[in-house]
Design a protein around this ligand. Structure first.
Ligand SMILES: *Cc1c(COP(=O)(O)O)cnc(C)c1O
Length: 360
């Protein structure tokens, strides 16, 4: 029996895609092998890899002057790769701090760039808000501006894209990529670990504008150099073949769902259902400013934290798993990425109401 898995990442994957991967596991496209056993340099694998890229480009309407890279090292690898590729050691970079992942990105940048300006810091709200668009005071001439559109742990999401003028905007979209349409041309670089909204872990997608490629610092390892990777079609070394293949299946599934407009509407409805249940309960609560609430990660607490363990145990027994909040935050968190069906959110809401009736 499949459960509804609310894990933050690695996260639930679309059941039809898992079934397809199962069906072709032992004999992938007539090769007599699994896709994991096929050379990344073979024609069939290159065709699958190119198809995945084409589907991703189509879903996100990626303009032609952007490269799409399929890398390894996770979003955490990109925390370092971004300064190494986009900023000289003595340059200035701007970071917006809206929570745990912003902080990690800032920490890594500080090791690699002389001046890391934290131009907005939401600490005073306990990281339950995003900065006002009009209040952002960016540094003229910064090498780039980095922000985290969706904070996976805090459940805080920007309802707007910061305007940075000529300074390239860099976005860690690990937990929000492909959740709705975006305008890629507003960004210099978008990156995302795959294990939330794309597929299995081990793959990192980077979408980067052509003019930002080829400026890496000398001495940078080739696998972190966007130009070296772009020149080799992300196959400078052996890529994460299974994850890349699987991501292609997920992209095809997303297209069949109606693309990002349809998926975005579905995600909005899922989030609205859950937030309405929390807000209307008088028993559960979500601390995030209403305008900054995430569609993907919904943290909530119970009125009486002594009930947390019972809540988690009873949810687990009802087939609703991985609802514990991050170890730093406590409480609960429901991650409701693209692959979480609306029925999963409806089942969670029904369980929450029933739990409140018995324990409230
Ligand atoms: C999960 C996550 C990361 C870390 O990703 P790794 O692939 O584990 O390095 C970074 N940023 C955000 C927003 C995340 O959700």
């Amino acid at each position: 029996m499949r459960v509804f898995n609310f894990a933050p990442g690695p996260a639930t994957l679309p059941a039809p895609v898992l079934e397809q991967a199962r069906d072709e596991l032992l004999d992938w496209r007539g090769s007599g092998m699994s896709v994991m056993e096929v050379s990344h340099r073979s024609k069939p694998f290159i065709a699958a890899a190119e198809e995945a890229e084409a589907l991703l480009r189509e879903l996100l309407s990626v303009p032609a002057n952007y490269k799409v890279l399929f890398l390894q090292g996770g979003a955490t690898g990109q925390f370092a790769a971004i300064p190494l590729n986009l900023a000289a050691a003595d340059s200035t970079v701007d970071y917006l701090n809206t929570g745990a992942w912003s902080k990690k990105a800032i920490g890594e940048a500080k090791r690699l760039v002389a001046r890391v300006n934290v131009v907005a810091d939401e600490a005073s709200s306990g990281y339950t808000t995003v900065p006002e668009a009009a209040a952002l005071k960016l540094t003229a001439g910064a090498a780039y501006v980095h922000y985290t559109p969706n904070e996976t742990i805090g459940g805080v999401e920007f309802p707007y894209v910061p305007a940075t003028g000529a300074v390239p905007l860099v976005a860690d979209m690990s937990s929000t990529i492909l959740s709705r349409p975006i305008e890629v041309s507003k960004f210099g670089l978008i990156y995302a670990g795959a294990q939330k909204n794309i597929g299995p872990s081990g793959l990192t997608v980077v979408i980067v504008r052509d003019d930002l490629i080829g400026k890496a610092r000398s001495g940078i390892p080739s696998v972190w150099d966007y130009k070296a990777m772009a020149d080799e079609g992300s196959m400078l070394n052996t890529p994460a073949t299974f994850a890349w293949y699987f991501a292609g299946l997920v992209f095809r599934w997303m297209k069949a769902q109606g693309g990002l407009t349809a998926i975005g509407e579905r995600n909005r409805a899922k989030a609205q259902l859950l937030y309405a249940a929390i807000d209307g309960s008088g028993f559960y609560s979500n601390p995030v400013a209403v305008t900054a609430r995430s569609w993907m990660n919904v943290p909530f607490t119970l009125r009486d934290p002594a009930l947390d363990k019972t809540f988690l145990a009873e949810a687990q027994a009802a087939g609703l798993t991985n609802l514990a909040g991050h170890r730093s935050a406590g409480g609960m968190r429901a991650s409701i990425y693209n692959a979480m069906p609306p029925e999963g959110v409806a089942a969670l809401v029904a369980f929450m109401q029933e739990f409140q009736r018995r324990h409230g």
